[in-house]
Design a protein around this ligand. Structure first.
Ligand SMILES: NC(=O)c1ccc[n+]([C@@H]2O[C@H](COP(=O)([O-])OP(=O)(O)OC[C@H]3O[C@@H](n4cnc5c(N)ncnc54)[C@H](OP(=O)(O)O)[C@@H]3O)[C@@H](O)[C@H]2O)c1
Length: 309
């Protein structure tokens, strides 16, 4: 069994690495299927220290050559352009990374008999319906990030129909930039912070998500194409960014106050969905939804990452 993790130096890629190396996640032991797995890490820039090889997913011939050289059972694609405002400012870049990259991987996977696990986003949906959205909700993205992620999903499922696509949202992990680290820093530097209070979503610990994705992949190996297509996987429960920030400060023992502001007042360049709540229905109806309540997953993140003041 051999896997490739692309975008391995990102938040989710690092979490896959961590749990495959140790055989355990915060939720519990990794599925026995992956016990002796050999996995390769690639990213746009190589890094000898973390055993990361260079693979630019937007380079079709490099992707073809890499997959032809290494006999892989699965590719887990964590490479993406994830800066929502950055995507709005440079749509061509967003398209290359979020649509062309996954298409290159899908074509190479299909040619080599490798299965593709592709990660997508809540931003493919319009985000204006207060009800949790299941996998069959009609996509209607409003941002360049969401539009290019949707195109990526569609290319993947068309070019390599056995692929598994997992949408997530509000992701944080132990590496890279994320809301938890940003709030942790601001909460130490300031007595009061302003945080948006009218966007709703489900914070998702990348450690839980990587574990759950490996469960989906193990099941996909058993049932074949019955596991193909779209899945939703986010932390359980719903909150707002300001309540998320308050929880972070509470868990870290910080006295920083949170002042709620509206999305309009905040004024980000790209529109933000008011409702980013995904329903993990397919998980519930198949292998079970093990994603922990967001407060519990956050508490173990804070404890493990040593963020306490
Ligand atoms: N973060 C969230 O809140 C969130 C929410 C919903 C869905 N998602 C989805 O979850 C997945 C993982 O997100 P993440 O937060 O782990 O992303 P991330 O931390 O931004 O990681 C993405 C990785 O891809 C690398 N990369 C950039 N260009 C590349 C290229 N041409 N070829 C190969 N690798 C390249 C990045 O390198 P550089 O850093 O050097 O550019 C980075 O290491 C993505 O598909 C994302 O759309 C994320």
């Amino acid at each position: 069994m051999r896997l490739l993790i692309t975008g391995a130096k990102g938040q989710l890629g690092e979490e896959f690495t961590r749990i495959l190396r140790t055989g355990k996640a915060d939720i519990g032991p990794v599925n026995a299927r992956w016990a002796d797995v050999e996995f390769l890490r690639t990213d746009v820039e190589a890094d000898a220290q973390s055993s990361t090889l260079e693979l630019d997913v937007t380079d079709r011939s490099a992707v073809d050559a890499f997959l032809a050289e290494h006999a892989l059972d699965w590719v887990i694609n964590c490479a993406a352009a994830t800066n929502v405002d950055g995507c709005e400012a440079d749509v061509e870049f967003a398209h290359r990374l979020n649509a062309d990259g996954p298409a290159n991987l899908a074509l190479a996977c299909e040619a080599m008999g490798t299965r593709l696990l592709h990660v997508s986003s809540d931003y493919v949906l319009a985000g204006d319906d207060p009800l949790p959205q299941a996998e069959d909700a009609t996509p209607n993205p409003k941002t360049a990030y969401g539009k290019t992620k949707l195109e990526g999903e569609r290319l993947v499922t068309t070019l390599a129909p056995s692929s598994v696509v997992v949408r997530t949202a509000w992701l944080y992990g132990s590496r890279g930039k994320n809301f938890v680290y940003t709030m942790s820093r601001l909460g130490r530097e300031h007595e009061r912070v302003r945080v948006v209070d009218d966007q709703h979503g489900s914070p998702t610990n990348a450690n839980d998500l990587a574990w759950e994705i490996l469960e989906i992949m193990a099941w996909a190996d058993e049932v074949g194409d019955a596991a193909s297509g779209i899945w939703h996987a986010t932390g359980s429960g719903t909150t707002t960014w300001d309540a998320f920030a308050r929880k972070i400060f509470e868990l870290e023992g910080l006295s920083c106050e949170v002042e709620g502001v509206s999305t309009e007042e905040w004024g980000a360049p790209a529109p933000r969905p008011a409702w980013s709540v995904l329903d993990n229905r397919r998980l519930r109806e198949t292998i079970g939804d093990h994603m922990r309540p967001w407060e519990e997953a956050l508490a173990s993140f804070v404890a493990h990452e040593g963020l306490k003041a």
